[in-house]
Design a binder for this molecule. Sequence first.
Ligand SMILES: [Zn+2]
Length: 100
Amino acid sequence: MRRPVLSGPPLANHVHGWAHSPASQTGHVFRYLPAEVSKISARGQRREYASLCGFKVTADARWPMLGIGTWPHCSRCAKKYGRSPNNTERTTFLEVMNHG
Ligand SMILES: [Zn+2]
């Protein structure tokens, strides 16, 4: 019997940290990419995110970034970032990308 997997609440203004994207079966450390042009679509504003382990997702009103809930943590993100929800004191995303 599978353990139920539940996402947390929508994170409309997620900037940096553990989150779950509906596009993935795993929770990742996502960082908002304000440099990417935010496109306005019929479903509202879209926001681009990059995970520490290197893929990009788009969030919008229909598929928002969600709290990680009980999704498994991505092992590659956890290795770089740790598992605490907001680990910004330890390291920043850019430091990880440059030196990790
Ligand atoms: Zn990851």
